[in-house]
Design a binder for this molecule. Structure first.
Ligand code: UDP
Ligand code: MG
Length: 303
């Protein structure tokens, strides 16, 4: 049996030594009779994260590393990990110790009850008030709008079996949002409540723009409801316009009419933007570029 742990990271040099210590301590103790690998995916760090990982590799054969040629984004870094591991059980976790290595054994225990995917659900959001509110709105909207049933407040920490790994390796989608993709692949899934600690050191690598783009992509990628919503609001506005037209003909003039024109203008822009985002996804997919480019790979049997 083999356990693979995938850790995507960007500029996490301050967290890597503590993560390495806690993670290796947990998995050597709790998975002692397993073959083990920890695959660090350096997503274009500009600090010395990669040389720290190379340091771990000099005296620990379990450590493997992939250095991407630039920053491709968290979810693409996870994809690089998924494409390069071959464990019977696979863990994905963040590098900033918000996901606790000590939660891997309880997740594995749950998986052993006959599940294929077990993910952590955050008990508390140990982050800024803004992020907590934004994440609540995001999960609520995604839950309402998506065609899959997606549990709210998922952490990045999850464990899954080889059949799920094989299914994920076949996905060709260029915009990834793994919480939803895991639901999409199916299999028997459940969750375990986990503590989501404060980031150990440093600050979040998700800017507001990155978070916003991820949220929009997640919603667009897992639902076509926005398109139907636009269609129905178009019919509604058409109906209202006709009504106002006849009111104008009969001599009714009111500032409300100007407000209506303004709102209609705004809605048209939002609708155009929404359709544009769907078209942009199609365009990105048609380019067929790889999700990530590997600059250096080390510790793997097959280079
Ligand atoms: N990360 C990454 N590439 C990016 C952004 C983030 O590999 O472009 C990694 C980051 O180092 C961390 C994980 O993804 O291991 C989650 O990022 P972060 O903790 O900054 O996100 P937050 O918890 O603030 O949402
Ligand atoms: Mg974090």
């Amino acid at each position: 049996m083999k356990l693979s742990v995938i850790v995507p990271l960007l500029n996490e040099s301050e967290n890597l030594p503590e993560l390495y210590k806690r993670l290796t301590s947990v998995i050597t103790k709790e998975f002692s009779d397993f073959d083990r690998e920890i695959v660090f995916i350096d997503d274009g760090s500009s600090d010395n994260s990669y040389s720290i990982i190379e340091g771990f590799q000099t005296n620990d054969s379990c450590i493997k590393s992939i250095q991407l040629s630039r920053n491709f984004g968290h979810h693409n870094a996870v994809a690089a990990g998924i494409d390069n591991v071959d464990g019977d059980f696979i863990v994905v976790m963040d590098a900033d110790l918000q996901d606790r290595p000590e939660d891997i054994p309880p997740l594995y225990k749950k998986l052993s009850e006959g599940f294929d995917v077990v993910y952590g659900v955050k008990e508390h959001n140990n982050t800024t008030l803004f992020k907590t509110i934004a994440s609540k709105i995001f999960w609520w909207l995604l839950g309402k709008i998506s065609e899959q049933e997606i549990n709210a407040n998922q952490s990045s920490l999850r464990i899954f079996t080889k059949p799920v790994l094989k299914a994920l390796q076949k996905i060709k989608e260029s915009n990834r949002f793994y919480a939803a993709l895991f639901c999409w692949v199916g299999f028997k899934q459940t969750s375990v409540k986990v503590e989501h600690d404060k980031r150990h050191q440093g600050s979040s690598k998700y800017s507001f723009l990155k978070l916003f783009t991820l949220a929009i992509n997640a919603i667009i990628g897992f639902s076509n409801k926005p398109l139907y919503f636009i269609f129905l609001s178009g019919i509604f506005i058409l109906f209202l316009s006709l009504m106002f037209f006849f009111l104008l003909l009969s001599g009714f003039n009111n500032p409300l009419l100007s407000l209506f024109s303004l709102i209609t203008g705004g809605l048209i822009l939002v609708s155009l933007g929404t359709v544009g985002i769907y078209v942009e996804r199609l365009f990105q997919q048609s380019l067929n570029r790889p999700l990530y480019i590997i600059k250096k790979k080390s510790g793997f049997d097959v280079p």
